[in-house]
Design a binder for this molecule. Structure first.
Ligand SMILES: Nc1nc2c(c(=O)[nH]1)N[C@H]1C(S)=C(S)[C@@H](COP(=O)(O)OP(=O)(O)OC[C@H]3O[C@@H](n4cnc5c(=O)[nH]c(N)nc54)[C@H](O)[C@@H]3O)O[C@H]1N2
Ligand SMILES: Nc1nc2c(c(=O)[nH]1)N[C@H]1C(S)=C(S)[C@@H](COP(=O)(O)OP(=O)(O)OC[C@H]3O[C@@H](n4cnc5c(=O)[nH]c(N)nc54)[C@H](O)[C@@H]3O)O[C@H]1N2
Ligand code: SF4
Ligand SMILES: [Mo]
Length: 760
């Protein structure tokens, strides 16, 4: 998610930058913090050619856009264990033995091996996993090369986070909107819980909106910090968000609180939807969600009557069994309550006409239909694959000007679980080469045991990384990546906004570290296809994309903090919506043609197994880390030395568990070791499992994977049919059956944060 910035050029122009005087010996650059994916605009202070400090921006638009992770970043990236030279595996895969090589040697071997795999098994035998959030410089170049070479098998962490939401939103109104925090009067957080040190700009935007008088409604099984500040908190059962939204729609329809003009003029399928919603009387919704029916009705009324309202994107509904229905219900609520493309509501921004978007760089049109149909997982779970999005090609061109607008890079992906199964030799065809960039795939998708099997079955694995992550430990090559401030940066608004920000290069990358642009340029060369990436440098590439602005990247980045166009609202009145009918499809013609229920529905949990009497969810981000990263920074590890499971006092009593006790949490897929923390903010029966735990100081290699085998939540994340959303095939991570057992021999291995900064 990009940090929310004003949509109006006048507001941007009015914000005068008061540049602070430079301190002696220190120069400053305007940069974007790329430590997490919210991408704050910050100032980097440089001494002796190195970034030594990151502080908040001099532009009041970005006041206080900085958190502890950004502040410790210079130290984190100066860690002696950062990878700064290309490494080649010398022992068995996963043996943890490496030798340093040159980029040229690495690339000529990688090119030869990849060509041999493609010659033997076809281009689809090459899969790439990434996360655009972190790599920053990919800009569609990876997809561009794959499309030229002929592989559709690109997967990303965005399959569980915003990319899939973007694809599913399009079924309803042909675009993925972003909430207008700046002038909204009501915000609904469905589990989403931005805090001071977790997506700081969104946290600040919510607080400012509340200070202006906007209402806040929070749905969260746990009494989160936003729940404590909400006008209404609905403590729903984990995984029941879609049922809750049916309850809201029931009240909104029965009490006629919806926008009748909009529904009549701009939607199709209202009667069918209404009949489906009638299947959810409030008593049923109360039973499914565990919430008081009167409170549900009160929240629905508040949302429908205090607008313009926004339901900001949340990762929670991206990771549920009913994800597609949940995301569709959000989009339907937005539409029927008249919040689409209005100030304070949900903006459909489209592309900036001055800039060539990443979607265009990707060149999806050149991949043949035959290869597109080989995309893994598209038969059973098509929603975000080429097949699932094919019907939008013409409407997208009509409304947004491009055939393949790839919002949040999540609209034309292969299915991750199907890809790992094919890598493990259980797919329709073999996948034998696997690259990952700015992504820790082993720990960032479901079913980690299957991912490990898939990786062990590869002929070639290439990682582009900063650290020897558990995933990198199974690679053939680990190539050193640069950092956000080591390169010039151009922040595309996820293909969903027309707002851009730039980042000046602040220092030279250490050692042999190179950008993702360099990585892909060299791969194109190694495949004897240098013409695919014709630009010499990243800056040349930016200049090409910016040509219509009449400015070079360098001029634009020195002159401008935010580059945007004048916003237009209710654009659909002119162009219609980018759906086959041109209207908001409450009943989705595309889902129907793909063989799915065209209306949202609710799948209940599978029958309970008495051996697994508790439910777990993964999440509640830790302030000091971003996802699976940053556990090597001693200041941050001192704050969170060990992985911690939250349980309620009632659950602690029932299972005789104590604060700080080490336990095993297990289910049918796997088990992890974790410490207990008893919190009265947790409901009975629910266990919070933190995401992404491993310990960089622990032994590397296949058997231990630096503690990932002991602690990583992905070992509990199932991807069998009961735990997969039908349309997308993404896993249910919110309400997974489990049990907690005491450890016969307690795990006394405690982290020693002082060892983290010692070179290994
Ligand atoms: N089980 C489970 N799975 C999840 C989630 C969950 O809660 N539970 N959350 C999901 C969510 S919300 C998300 S966003 C995804 C994220 O999944 P990932 O994209 O895998 O995110 P990270 O774990 O941050 O891993 C990013 C890796 O990129 C490296 N890196 C950072 N910056 C750069 C760079 O500039 N260049 C290069 N080359 N490398 C870089 C870091 O060192 C790090 O190892 O995971 C999803 N997966
Ligand atoms: N410091 C820090 N900040 C981060 C990150 C980080 O790793 N560290 N990661 C970033 C990323 S990539 C993301 S996606 C965001 C995620 O950040 P958030 O959107 O805040 O997600 P979580 O912290 O996982 O969980 C939010 C809330 O969801 C509740 N919840 C659990 N299950 C359910 C459910 O089924 N329904 C509902 N309604 N609520 C439920 C939890 O109790 C929790 O309070 O944070 C971003 N910010
Ligand atoms: S929230 Fe923190 S880590 Fe994320 S971009 Fe902003 S300063 Fe960096
Ligand atoms: Mo995320």
């Amino acid at each position: 998610m990009p940090a929310p910035v004003p949509f109006d050029p006048e507001d941007v122009a009015a914000a005068k930058t008061q540049k602070r005087p430079d301190k002696p010996g220190i120069t400053t650059k305007k940069t974007i913090c790329q430590t997490c994916d919210i991408a704050c605009s910050v100032v980097s202070e440089i001494k002796n050619g190195r970034v030594v400090k990151v502080r908040s921006s001099d532009n009041p638009l970005f006041r206080d856009h900085i958190c502890m992770k950004g502040i410790v970043a210079p130290k984190g990236y100066a860690n002696p264990n950062r990878i700064t030279r290309p490494l080649r595996r010398v022992g068995e895969r996963g043996s943890g033995q490496w030798e340093e090589v040159t980029w040229d040697d690495a690339m000529s071997d990688i090119g030869a091996r990849l060509k041999a795999i493609i010659a033997e098994h076809g281009p689809e035998a090459w899969a790439v996993s990434t996360s655009q959030w972190n790599t920053g410089t990919d800009h569609g170049l990876g997809r561009r090369i794959m499309n030229h070479i002929g592989s559709p098998n690109w997967i990303s962490g965005v399959a569980l986070c915003a990319g899939n939401t973007a694809a599913v939103n399009r079924f309803t109104y042909g675009w993925f909107p972003l909430g207008d925090f700046g002038s909204t009067k009501c915000i609904v957080l469905m589990g989403h819980n931005p805090r001071r040190h977790s997506w700081t700009p969104i946290y600040s935007a919510i607080r400012s909106a509340q200070a202006r008088g906007a209402k806040l409604i929070v749905m969260d099984p746990r009494r989160s910090s936003n729940a404590e500040r909400a006008d209404i908190w609905l403590p729903l059962k984990a995984g029941s968000d879609a049922a809750m939204m049916f309850g809201w729609l029931k009240v909104i329809f029965d009490e006629e609180l919806y926008d009748k003009d909009f529904v009549e003029n701009w939607t199709v399928g209202f009667d069918a939807l209404r009949a489906r919603v009638d299947e959810f009387p409030l008593e049923r919704v109360a039973e499914l969600t565990g919430c008081d029916p009167e409170m549900i009705a009160e929240a629905a009324r508040l949302y429908a009557t205090s607008g313009p309202a926004t339901i900001p994107w949340t990762p929670i509904t991206d990771m549920q069994r009913n994800s597609t229905s949940g995301i569709r219900l959000q989009s339907i609520l937005r539409a029927v309550c008249g919040n689409i493309d209005v100030p304070g509501g949900e903006l459909l921004q489209g592309f900036n006409p001055d800039i060539i978007p990443e979607s265009e760089i990707e060149m999806h049109h050149i991949l043949s239909e035959e290869q597109k149909l080989k995309q893994l997982g598209n038969e059973n779970h098509p929603a975000f694959t080429y097949r699932g999005q094919a019907a939008f090609r013409e409407p997208m061109k009509r409304v947004w000007g491009y055939d393949y607008p790839n919002q949040v890079t999540g609209c034309y992906m292969a299915n991750p679980s199907a890809t790992f199964r094919a890598m493990a030799g259980q797919g329709p065809y073999p996948v034998k080469a696997f690259f990952f960039l700015g992504n820790n795939p082993m720990m960032s998708y479901a079913n980690m045991p299957m991912i490990i099997d898939g990786m062990m079955n590869q002929d070639l694995i290439v990682a582009h990384e900063h650290f020897m992550t558990p995933s990198a430990q199974l690679a053939d090559y680990v190539l050193p990546g640069d950092r956000g401030w080591d390169r010039p940066g151009w922040l595309e608004g996820l293909g969903s906004t027309s707002t851009y920000r730039t980042s000046e290069k602040a220092m030279e990358p250490p050692g042999e570290a190179k950008s993702t642009f360099e990585f892909w340029k060299r791969i194109a060369g190694a495949l004897d296809r240098p013409e695919i990436v014709p630009w010499d440098t990243l800056e040349d590439f930016y200049d090409y994309r910016l040509k219509a602005t009449g400015k070079t990247f360098r001029t634009l980045s020195s002159e401008t903090d935010v580059y945007l166009t004048v916003p237009r609202y209710r654009k659909y009145e002119q162009d219609g919506f980018a759906t086959p009918s041109g209207k908001v499809e409450l009943k989705s013609s595309v889902l129907e043609d793909l063989g799915f229920d065209p209306l949202p529905y609710f799948r209940e949990d599978p029958p309970e197994d008495p051996n697994y009497p508790l439910k777990l969810f993964t999440g509640v981000r830790e302030d000091g880390f971003f996802q699976t990263g940053h556990r090597h920074i001693s200041e941050m590890r001192q704050r969170h030395p060990e992985p911690v499971a939250f349980i309620s006092p009632g659950t602690a009593k029932r299972f005789d568990l104590k604060e700080d006790e080490w336990v095993t949490v297990e289910n049918q897929l796997g088990s992890i070791s974790i410490m207990i923390s008893v919190r009265d903010s947790m409901p009975d029966g629910l266990v919070r499992i933190p995401h992404g735990w491993w310990k960089p100081e622990m032994e590397q290699g296949y058997n231990t994977l630096s503690g990932a085998r002991k602690y990583a939540d992905a070992q509990l994340c199932r991807d069998d049919d009961d735990y997969l959303d039908r349309e997308q095939g993404i896993p249910h991570l919110k309400g997974v059956a489990c049990r907690i057992t005491k450890q016969a021999v307690p795990d006394l291995e405690k982290s020693d944060a002082s060892a983290l900064e010692v070179a290994k």
